[in-house]
Each structure stands twice: as structure tokens, then as C-alpha cells.
Ligand binder design. Structure first.
Ligand code: ADP
Length: 580
């Protein structure tokens, strides 16, 4: 039981004040309703109706009767304040969880994110936090008030056991209370596993959406609409089955507790009759009993929901507890601006079982334009990705200026590297802000200068809102060549000594192509450049060429020597040259 609350504890610490207020008001609420009503019935009302003694003065009667609205008022106000503060605590916990989850996603290694589908990760961040929100708001409503009411009513019953002759009766009543906990416990256990299945299934559905929407063109082009609908139908069908399994147990709880309560009340009646309990004591006890069962019923339901919340929390914790395998070293070497001498020393790396790079050793002096060539899947991108430490080497090390990349802070390392990818991704923001990402605190002049160097300024000026034009999701409103030039402008702005360039495979229109090539020529000057090259025009100009094949560097040199001496390079080059 306590284990389920553990994940929330660290969030509760920062919300101690609101939680204390919530508990305080919950305490008042519970005691007023659990204890107040039975006490009124037992002690305050009987003298009013007691015809055998002298009638009470009218003012005293008014005073007693006045207690009824007063108790309701106290109950209402404290109940309201309790809900308000617990809700506040709950929402703050949720905010903390959401923020931690999102922050964690920013820090996790790429290998983790590639292993999980984005739909599943989105679903954890949305559907699971929504379930958590529901659970927390239920706790807000009943989590403090109901146990307090139960305590108040139990307190009254125990008190009655001492002061009346109905001790046995009270014991019978109390005996039923622990019995009602049994179904709560049993059903609670059944729920966790099934709730986890439901959330996993929702994750599946979410993955399906993401996959389907990102492949909208393919679905239409290959006529996959019906197949997609059927696949989706299977997922939703499985969700219904999983959901009904939780419904089966969750909905059995209230009736089970009611049946047990009914038996408890019947037993109480019999014992009360046998013990000759007076009617005022009897009614007060029945009322206290009712006030006990009510919280048990609600707490049972709460327990069910808490289990659902636990399932969701487990799914969030799975990500939250994932170790950050790529993180800053404990004692980082101070790094300002690197020169850019990259060296691989006996580097082996595998995504799964079979190595993508095997025993790579190479030294790329600062200021070298180095082209990586080789058939697809040979390991070129993997090689480039090890430099900014997107992945961790299995064996061997990658150094820059003689410093192991693992010895530097990630931010220091990555500040020294600019990346221009094949299909640059823009954020759904203005062009200006997309450019500004290149450097933390860039001035407008710097941004404009970078855009000019990248031949982006011309087309940006012509857009209806110029630099303030929104680019759409992932930059959808710009052409491939325009996106490339924005990415190049970002790299200009970054002014990093190392540049990693993943050359576009798809051909751009000739105007764009000329502008992009010219911008790149300027960009690479004076930098250590790794180009994952697809065009031999680029490769010919490189001062160093590494030929990759099946995870190994099979040759290195310049174009002339490789063309003369390396069969793989020659065949790749000839094939490329022959292409239209
Ligand atoms: P290239 O850039 O030369 O086309 P890559 O470096 O992308 O080659 O790939 C090298 C090998 O690693 C290939 O066998 C590829 O299938 C595998 N690989 C690449 N990326 C991943 C990944 N994220 N997860 C698993 N395997 C991968």
C-alpha cells in the first residue's frame, strides 16, 4: 500500500504547506461529520422529545436545533477548503510529474528514444498523466475526508462501548469493518495488472496514430487505407477487452461492500434487540455505522483508482528511472573553444548485437574537410554520430584535440559542433526564431548576416511576413532547398570549429542547388568537416576521404589515389558518375 505513494513523496515535499492545509480542513470535516451527527442524535435530540420530564425552554431547543445547520455549515466549509487544497496539491504533483517526464525525454540517450515508439512515449506523457490527474483529484475529494469521517464515527462507536451496556453490540458492528476491507484488497490487487494492460494498449493506439499520420502519403500511394483501418480496429478492440477486464472488477466493489454492510446492519439489529439497547443509543449507533460504511465504500473505490494511478505512475517511472547513460562526467575537463582535431582510437560500436563500427582508428587533423563514403549501411552516420556523443562507444575512444569526448561536459562538447542534416527539421515558429536556435544569444544583426551567408536572406525577404513568417509543422511551408539554407544559416551562426554535414540525397531545384552549394563552400572554410557525402562533386573537393564498408574503414586518401587504388571507391564513383 505504502509503495504506491512512494513515487509521489518527492513531489509532496515541495507542497508541504498546501498539503498541511488540506489535512487540517479534512480533519475538521471528518470529525464534524463522523462524530458530530451521532453525538447530536444520542445526546442533544432525546431531551427535546422526552415527554416524561419537564419540557425544555424554547431557547434551549432553538440552540440545540441550531446545531444542525451549524454542523452542516462547518462540514461544507471545511469540506470545500479541504478539496481546494488537496486539488491544488494534486495538480502541483501532476505538474511536477509532467515536467520531470518531459525533462527526462530531453536528456535520455537517442538509443532509448529509438527503442521506444514515439506514440508510446506521447501516450505516457498524456494518457498516463491524465489517469494520474483523475486519481489525484479523487484522492483530493475523498483521500483525507473519508478516513477522518471513518475515524470520527469509529471513535463514537468505541466511546459508546464504554458508556453504554451495548459493548457487545458495538463490537459486532466493528467486526464488520475489517471484513469489508477484504474485497477492497482483493479487487485492488486484480486491478493493477489490468490497468497496466489498458495503459499499454492506449500506448499502442497512440503509436498507431503517430505512425499512420507520419506515413499519410505512403498510405494513399500504396492504397493501404483499408489495411490501416483494420489494424487500428484490432488495437481498439483489444483496448475494449482490456478495459472491460478492469470494469469487471472495479464495478464489483461497491455491491460487495453494500452486501457486507447490509449483513452488518442486520446483525446489529439482532444484537441490539437481544441486548435491550435503548432506541436513542440504537439510532446513534446505526448512524455511526452508516457513517463508517460510507467512507469504506468510497475508500474502496479510491483504492481501485489508486491502483489505476499506480499502473500509470509505473509507466511514467519506467521512463523517469531510465539511467542516463550519456551524461556529464563527474569531474569534467574545462573546455572553451576546441580546435577540432578528431581522432578515433580502436572504436567499436553496436546498436544491438552485431557491430555497426569495428575497431575504427583514424585521425582527422583540425581544418580538414573529410568526406565519408561507402555503400548504405556501411556505418558513415554512426561514425559521425559518435563525435557529438549521441551514442556511447562500446570499446575504444573518440577524442577531440586529444581530449576524450566523455571527459567534457555535453554542453561544452556540443557547443563546438554544428550539424546540418539531410532533412533539416524546423520548429513550428517564425523563421527568425528558427535561425536564432543556432546560437544562444544571437543579435538580430548576427542572424541576418548568417542568413545572408547562407543565401537564405533573399527568399526570406520575399515571404509575406519576411523573417516573421511561420514555417508550419516541421517547416512544412518551406521547400527542401529553403529548409537546407536555414539549416546552413544556423550552422553559420553557431560558428563551431567542427561541422557535421549530412548531404541531401534528394536533388534540389537548380537555383536552390547552386545557392546551397555556394553557401556550403563558404561554411566549411577553416573548420574540421565530416561530410556524409552522396555527391562526388563534393567528395572530389575533400582533402581527406574515408571509405567505409561493413563497419570498417577500408581505405583513406584523396580522390586521385583512391580512384587509382581502391576498387570499392572506383565502383561507387563510376556508378555515381554514370547516374543522370
Ligand atoms: P550509413 O550511414 O553508412 O548508411 P549507418 O551508420 O546508418 O550507415 O548504419 C550502420 C549500421 O547500423 C547499419 O547496419 C544499420 O542498419 C545499423 N543502424 C543504424 N542506425 C541504427 C539504429 N538506430 N538502431 C539499430 N541499428 C542501426
Amino acid at each position: 500500500m505504502l509503495r504506491r505513494f512512494k513515487p509521489y513523496l518527492r513531489y509532496l515535499k515541495s507542497n508541504r504547506g498546501t498539503l498541511a492545509a488540506a489535512i487540517f480542513y479534512g480533519l475538521i470535516f471528518g470529525l464534524v461529520s463522523g462524530l458530530g451527527f451521532p453525538v447530536l442524535v444520542k445526546y442533544a435530540f432525546p431531551p427535546i422529545f422526552n415527554q416524561s420530564s419537564a419540557p425544555l425552554p424554547y431557547q434551549t431547543i432553538l440552540l440545540i436545533v441550531g446545531c444542525v445547520p451549524l454542523i452542516f455549515l462547518l462540514r461544507a466549509v471545511s469540506g470545500y477548503l479541504n478539496s481546494y487544497y488537496v486539488q491544488l496539491t494534486g495538480l502541483r504533483i501532476l505538474e511536477g510529474v509532467r515536467l520531470d517526464y518531459f525533462s527526462k525525454l530531453q536528456l535520455l540517450p537517442l538509443s532509448f528514444l529509438q527503442r521506444k515508439s514515439s506514440g508510446d512515449l506521447i501516450s505516457r506523457g498524456t494518457s498516463d498523466t491524465a489517469q494520474l490527474q483523475f486519481t489525484l483529484s479523487l484522492i483530493a475529494d475523498d483521500g483525507v475526508k473519508q478516513p477522518m469521517q471513518l475515524l470520527g464515527a469509529l471513535g463514537f462507536l468505541v466511546g459508546q462501548a464504554f458508556v453504554t451496556d451495548g459493548a457487545l453490540l458495538v463490537l459486532v458492528c466493528l467486526a464488520v469493518v475489517p471484513v469489508t476491507v477484504l474485497p477492497v484488497h482483493y479487487i485492488g490487487k486484480k486491478i493493477v495488472k489490468r490497468a497496466l494492460q489498458v495503459q499499454n494498449q492506449i500506448g499502442d493506439i497512440s503509436s498507431h496514430f503517430v505512425e499512420n499520420l507520419s506515413a499519410a502519403r505512403e498510405v494513399r500511394a500504396f492504397g493501404l487505407e483499408q489495411r490501416e483501418i483494420e489494424r487500428f480496429g484490432k488495437s481498439t478492440g483489444a483496448l475494449v477487452i482490456a478495459q472491460m477486464k478492469t470494469v469487471k472488477y472495479a464495478k464489483a466493489l461497491t455491491p460487495a461492500i453494500e452486501i457486507l454492510s447490509g449483513a452488518g446492519i442486520a446483525a446489529t439489529l439482532i444484537f441490539a434487540y437481544k441486548a435491550g439497547v435503548k432506541w436513542d443509543t440504537f439510532f446513534a449507533i446505526i448512524m455511526a455505522l452508516y457513517l463508517c460504511y460510507e467512507p469504506i465504500k468510497k475508500l474502496g473505490y479510491l483504492n481501485t483508482e489508486l491502483n489505476r494511478g499506480t499502473a500509470s505512475m509505473d509507466r511514467l517511472e519506467y521512463v523517469l528511472n531510465e539511467p542516463l547513460t550519456i551524461a556529464d562526467p563527474v569531474h569534467p575537463m574545462p573546455v572553451t573553444r576546441l580546435r577540432g582535431h578528431i581522432a578515433f582510437e580502436d572504436v567499436t560500436f553496436a546498436y544491438g548485437d552485431s557491430p555497426a563500427l569495428e575497431k575504427i582508428s583514424v585521425s582527422i587533423p583540425a581544418g580538414t574537410v573529410c568526406a565519408l563514403v561507402g555503400p548504405s549501411g556501411a556505418g558513415k552516420s554512426t561514425f559521425a554520430n559518435l563525435v557529438p556523443r549521441f551514442y556511447e562507444t562500446g570499446a575504444g575512444k573518440v577524442t577531440i584535440d586529444g581530449l576524450d569526448v566523455r571527459a567534457m561536459k555535453l554542453a561544452d562538447l556540443r557547443r563546438n559542433i554544428a550539424l546540418v542534416s539531410q532533412e533539416p527539421v524546423l520548429f513550428n515558429d517564425t523563421i527568425y526564431h528558427n535561425l536564432a536556435l543556432g546560437k544562444g544569444a544571437a543579435s538580430r544583426d548576427e542572424i541576418l548576416a548568417a542568413a545572408k551567408s547562407a543565401h537564405a536572406h533573399e527568399f526570406i525577404e520575399k515571404l509575406p511576413q519576411g523573417y516573421d513568417t511561420m514555417v508550419g509543422e516541421r517547416g512544412a511551408l518551406l521547400s527542401g532547398g529553403q529548409k537546407q539554407r536555414i539549416a546552413i544559416a544556423r550552422a553559420f551562426l553557431r560558428h563551431a570549429p567542427i561541422l557535421i554535414l549530412d548531404e541531401a540525397t534528394s536533388a534540389l531545384d537548380s537555383d536552390s542547388e547552386a545557392a546551397v552549394q555556394d553557401a556550403l563552400r563558404k561554411l566549411v572554410q577553416g573548420k574540421t568537416v565530416l561530410i556524409i557525402a552522396h555527391r562526388f562533386s563534393t567528395i572530389r573537393d575533400a582533402s581527406m576521404i574515408l571509405v567505409f564498408d561493413q563497419g570498417k574503414i577500408t581505405a583513406q586518401g584523396d580522390h586521385a589515389s583512391l580512384y587509382a587504388g581502391n576498387a570499392l571507391y572506383k565502383s561507387l564513383y563510376d556508378r555515381q558518375s554514370a547516374a543522370p
